[in-house]
Write a new protein. Structure first.
Length: 264
C-alpha cells in the first residue's frame, strides 16, 4: 500500500497562513486583540496539522499543489502579512514540507499573484528538495494516474459548487482522447479553499478539490464573501493498485474557526 500527502494553499507569510512554531512569534504586550487572536489561530491550526500528520503512516509521496507562499500582499497593501520577505516565506514553506517528511515531493505552480509575477518563488522551494515543479503534472503513483493543476473556478452557489471539478474531470478525458495527456484516474485541483469531490466509480475516476492549509479570516474573505466557510486540511491518497485506491480528507473541525460572539 502506497501513501500520498496532497496539500495546497499554505499561504506562508499570511497572518493566517500555515505557520510552524519556528516562525510564529508571541505578540508583544502592546499587541491588539486581533493580533493576539491571529497568533492563537496560527498556533491552533499548526497543532492540529502536526498531530494529524503524525497519525498518518509514512508518506511515500507528497504532492504540493500551489500557492505555498502568500507573496507581497499588494491588494491589501501588505497589512495581512506576517512577513513581506518572500525569501522568508519560502523558508516557512520548506519547514512545513520537512515536517510532512515524504520520501518524494512534487510541486505544481500556484497563482502568479501569490508566488511571483516575474519570478517563480515556488521554484526555490522545489529546488530545496531537488524536485520538479510544473504548471500541470501527470503522475503514475503505484499504477494510478494522477493529473494535478492548481487553479479551478469557483461558485458562490452551494448548489453548483461541484460543477467546476466535474468539468475538469470531463475535460481531462477529452485531452486523453486526443492523445495529449494520459487518461487520469484522479484529478486534483485547489485554489478555492473548499474541499469538494466527485466520483465516477464505473470508469474508476474521481475529481478532488483540495482543502486549504490557510485558516479562515482573510480581509477579502471576511468582508466580501458570504459562502460556505474555508475548509482547512489536506488529502491522503492510498493506493493498493489501479483498481483499489481511495482518498481520505483530513479536515480540521470548524469549531476551531468559529465566529466570536460579542455580548452586549
Amino acid at each position: 500500500m502506497k501513501h500520498c500527502f496532497i496539500g495546497a494553499d499554505l499561504h506562508c507569510g499570511h497572518l493566517i497562513g500555515l505557520t510552524s512554531p519556528k516562525y510564529n512569534f508571541i505578540p508583544p504586550e502592546e499587541a491588539g486583540h486581533q493580533e493576539i487572536k491571529q497568533y492563537q489561530q496560527r498556533d491552533i491550526l499548526w497543532n492540529w496539522f502536526y498531530d494529524e500528520i503524525n497519525k498518518c503512516k509514512k508518506f511515500d509521496w507528497a504532492l504540493w499543489n500551489g500557492d505555498l507562499i502568500e507573496g507581497k500582499g499588494t491588494r491589501s497593501e501588505g497589512v495581512e502579512l506576517l512577513t513581506s520577505d518572500r525569501h522568508k516565506q519560502v523558508k516557512m514553506a520548506i519547514e512545513i514540507i520537512k515536517t510532512v517528511n515524504a520520501k518524494r515531493n512534487d510541486f505544481i505552480y500556484g497563482t502568479p499573484y501569490h508566488v511571483g509575477m516575474g519570478e517563480d518563488f515556488e521554484a526555490l522551494i522545489a529546488k530545496e528538495f531537488d524536485a520538479p515543479i510544473q504548471a500541470e503534472g501527470h503522475f503514475d503513483f503505484g499504477g494510478l494516474m494522477v493529473a494535478a493543476k492548481h487553479y479551478i473556478g469557483n461558485s458562490s452557489s452551494p448548489v453548483s459548487g461541484a460543477t467546476a471539478i466535474k468539468s475538469a474531470l470531463v475535460k481531462q478525458s477529452l485531452w486523453a482522447g486526443l492523445g495529449q495527456q494520459p487518461d487520469a484516474n484522479l484529478i486534483i485541483r485547489s485554489h478555492i479553499h473548499r474541499c469538494i469531490s466527485v466520483s465516477e466509480p464505473q470508469s474508476n475516476k474521481a475529481g478532488w478539490v483540495t482543502p486549504a492549509l490557510q485558516g479562515l479570516g482573510s480581509r477579502y474573505g471576511a468582508r466580501q464573501c458570504d459562502g460556505v466557510p474555508v475548509t482547512f486540511g489536506f488529502l491522503e491518497l492510498t493506493v493498493e493498485s489501479k483498481d483499489r485506491w481511495g482518498v481520505t480528507a483530513h479536515i480540521a473541525p470548524l469549531s476551531m474557526q468559529k465566529a466570536t460572539v460579542i455580548k452586549i
